[in-house]
Design a protein around this ligand. Structure first.
Ligand code: FES
Ligand SMILES: [Fe+2]
Length: 386
């Protein structure tokens, strides 16, 4: 893993990259579609024919369990004229039928039938199956990748797998519906904010009272980073945090001692965060919406546990983390406002912010135009794609 202390300090991405709509198209292609994106937990698709749909930026995605129990991911788009195939989630039929003209697909992907077959000049249906996406399951968490290639998910997370296993994520089930919220900032502002704990002492008074924050954490060669903060022994002055401090170690007694009191925050480039607590976990992803707004997807998962006290502990956790999330949203939106002001030039990064440096380097490698200190003239993305 990278020794953060030795990293040279380099400038951050220039301000124009946080409000340029053309750049967003390049980022979706070069960063989002080429990276692993969280879709759901395997326990949300327990039965054959269970499916979920979700949007990954502009790309509609479908994940299902076929009759043989195999998980499959597809672009949720009909191969005829591009209609979106399925909506929502639930149980699908043995064939996936497009609501527009009725092309139907088997759950394994091939086009099975289409109305008025004799009217088509092409009689080879074998090339017209649903577009399959790469799918990999990490500790019960289902990830998909739209553009194939690149390292396996397990390879990217290798150093952190023992830590993940400690929390028994594969047993988890969703707690309520996935939460979705729009933030008034470019998606990279939200990611930057999530990549450092330097802002915790001032930005999150609750975390500061509750946790002994790990300001540095660790980062591997794939850009996956982790920091583990431990509940403080000193009781918080806030009642909810104090209750959480006293209850968590007792109620999490079935977990290894090292993680009972620990909150571990993982990040994976370009847009994913994973916060794991003894009582629950949440996953969040920032997706570009416009150049200056993003959509945050935020599902929560828990290990099945019917104890009343565990319900209370999760309520306390949600109360604490709702506040933290509101603080992060407000801070990120303040940054967006500042970045758009004329004449802002980047300040230096603290060593506590070394993961931002790594993230920006990845953005620069994927989209070299972001190395330009001055905003390129309109039309640059068309020129780059030629
Ligand atoms: S678009 Fe799906 S059948 Fe025509
Ligand atoms: Fe934060």
């Amino acid at each position: 893993m990278t020794q953060h202390a030795r990293l040279p300090i380099r400038p951050t991405l220039p301000a124009w990259t946080y409000s340029n709509a053309e750049l967003q198209g390049l980022e979706i292609d070069a960063l989002f579609r080429r990276s692993w994106q969280f879709a759901c937990h395997v326990n949300e698709l327990p039965q054959p024919r269970d499916f979920i749909t979700l949007d990954m930026g502009p790309d509609p995605v479908l994940v299902l369990r076929d009759e043989a129990g195999v998980l499959r991911a597809y672009l949720n788009v009909c191969r005829h004229r591009g209609a979106r195939l399925l909506d929502g989630s639930g149980q699908c039929k043995a064939r996936l039928t497009c609501p527009y003209h009725g092309w139907s697909y088997s759950l394994q992907g091939p086009l099975a039938a289409r109305p008025s077959e004799e009217t088509f000049a092409d009689h080879d249906k074998s090339t017209l199956g649903l577009r399959a996406l790469e799918l990999e399951v990490l500790c019960g968490l289902v990830f998909v990748r739209l553009t194939p290639g690149g390292p396996a998910l397990h390879t990217q997370w290798q150093e952190f797998l023992p830590q993940l296993h400690d929390y028994r994520l594969e047993e988890m089930v969703p707690l309520g519906a996935h939460w979705v919220e729009d933030w008034a900032c470019n998606w990279k502002v939200g990611v930057d904010n999530n990549l450092e704990n330097y802002h915790v002492p001032l930005g999150h008074p609750g975390y500061q009272r509750l946790l002994d924050s790990d300001m540095m954490g660790s980062l591997n060669a794939h850009g996956v980073a982790a920091s583990t903060s431990v509940l403080r022994a000193q009781p918080s002055s806030n009642w909810a945090e104090r209750m959480y401090q006293s209850m968590a170690p007792l109620l999490n007694a079935d977990l290894p001692a090292s993680v009972r009191n620990a909150w571990t925050f993982f990040t994976m480039p370009p847009n994913t965060g994973m916060d794991i607590y003894g009582d629950s976990m949440d996953l969040f992803q920032f997706f570009p919406k416009t150049a200056t707004t993003c959509t945050v997807r935020y599902p929560i998962y828990v290990r099945p546990d019917s104890r009343r006290e565990m319900k209370v502990l999760r309520y306390l956790n949600a109360r604490i983390n709702r506040q933290v999330s509101a603080e992060d949203k407000a801070l990120s939106e303040r940054v967006q406002q500042g970045l758009q002001s004329q004449g802002f030039a980047n300040g230096p990064l603290s060593r506590y912010e070394y993961c931002i440096e790594d993230f920006h380097r990845r953005v620069q490698e994927a989209c070299p135009v972001t190395r330009l200190g001055i905003e390129p003239a309109p039309g640059f993305s068309r020129a780059l794609r030629r």
